[in-house]
Design a protein around this ligand. Structure first.
Ligand SMILES: C[S@@+](CC[C@H](N)C(=O)[O-])C[C@H]1O[C@@H](n2cnc3c(N)ncnc32)[C@H](O)[C@@H]1O
Length: 326
């Protein structure tokens, strides 16, 4: 599908009453939101791996997920990894009893692979899976049996949670859909509710998503447009903030997080398009490096400093005492 056609359809749906429901129905008919346990378990394995890489354990942890989506793969993965509690929040109530059941049922055949990839004991994972109440007649009961609480519509910038009450705040494929001022407010709230030493762990996609539907354009396509011109294509259901990786890093840093991991993936097609000047970069993006412009994925782990880590940082005169990868 031509990307402008998809943008037009999403714009119309964003503007009509029941547009969100219609969007969900169209996704169901196209099969684009069917459960994909292989893909989605791999994503949560990445987040759990980032926690492990930071020297921490998911076992017994209290998790907060931003952007639950249609299927509770991230809560399921955290639960199977031994989380004590998972709170998952979304502005849109996409998840239903049916979609959650489908996700959990489809996961059964992938448990061994998940356990191996996440470095977990397979029989412990299977035992936890068997404890899930798949016969529950209400979504909240089903989710409660995997230690999960779903809040939707929920506001991740005003969680109502106590300060220093959460170990890990995670998201997958969400942060690029949040306007910068809201992301700042969410990141400040995250800093407040995380315990000292708690982790802010995200994977997200800063590239133009229309490139997934239209292979005549690259993930750099939207960098041609000014903010005003882009409104026509990237508002409502199609919202993308177009922030570059360096801008995400700045938001996290300014909220007080110490960066433990910042890794980005550069899309070779986007890089080529930009190098060849096949598209004209809008002035708003001229200040960014080629890598920053062509990045189509970012993985970030930030830590809320403990008194000790703040001390070691100031002793090192800004030379952060943690490994930083790119
Ligand atoms: C692309 S989906 C990803 C869903 C899920 N994390 C996954 O990987 O399947 C993005 C989700 O972020 C949600 N979202 C967007 N802005 C949000 C916000 N400010 N707070 C919480 N969720 C948000 C959307 O409603 C949507 O469900």
């Amino acid at each position: 599908m031509k990307w402008q056609t998809k943008a037009f359809i999403l714009r119309q749906l964003s503007q009509i009453p029941l547009g969100k429901r219609l969007y969900l129905l169209m996704q169901k008919m196209a099969g684009s939101n069917r459960p994909q346990p292989g893909r989605d378990f791999a994503r949560i394995v990445e987040l759990l791996g980032m926690i492990k890489e930071a020297g921490q354990s998911s076992q017994g942890g209290i998790f907060f997920e931003i952007g639950s989506g249609w299927h509770p793969y991230a809560p399921l993965g955290c639960y199977l990894a031994g989380a004590e509690k998972i709170i998952t929040v979304d502005v849109n109530p996409w998840m239903s009893l049916k979609s959650a059941r489908e996700c959990i049922t489809a996961s059964e055949d992938h448990l061994a692979q998940f356990a191996e990839a996440a470095g977990l004991d397979e029989s412990t994972v299977s035992g936890r899976y068997r404890d899930i109440d798949l016969a529950a007649l209400k979504l909240d009961k089903l989710l409660a049996s995997m230690r999960t609480e779903y809040q939707s519509p929920g506001d991740a910038s005003r969680t109502g949670l106590d300060s220093q009450s959460v170990d890990f705040i995670i998201s997958s494929n969400v942060l690029e859909h949040i306007p910068a001022p809201v992301l700042k407010a969410i990141t400040e709230e995250a800093f407040r509710i995380l315990k000292p030493g708690g982790l802010y762990v995200h994977r997200f996609n800063p590239g133009d998503h229309y490139a997934n539907d239209d292979n005549s354009v690259s993930t750099a396509n939207f960098l041609q447009y000014s903010s005003t011109a882009w409104k026509k294509y990237g508002e409502g259901l199609a919202y993308h903030n177009r922030l570059r990786c360096s801008e995400f890093s700045k938001i996290f840093r300014e909220a007080g997080f110490v960066s433990l991991l910042e890794k980005k993936r550069v899309d070779p097609q986007a890089r080529q398009v930009l190098e060849n000047k096949s598209i004209t970069l809008n002035d708003e993006f001229e200040k960014f490096s080629l890598e920053d412009l062509a990045a189509d994925y970012m993985w970030y782990t930030g830590m809320k400093p403990t008194a000790i880590s703040v001390d070691s940082q100031s002793n090192a005169m800004g030379d952060v005492a943690f490994s930083q990868k790119s």
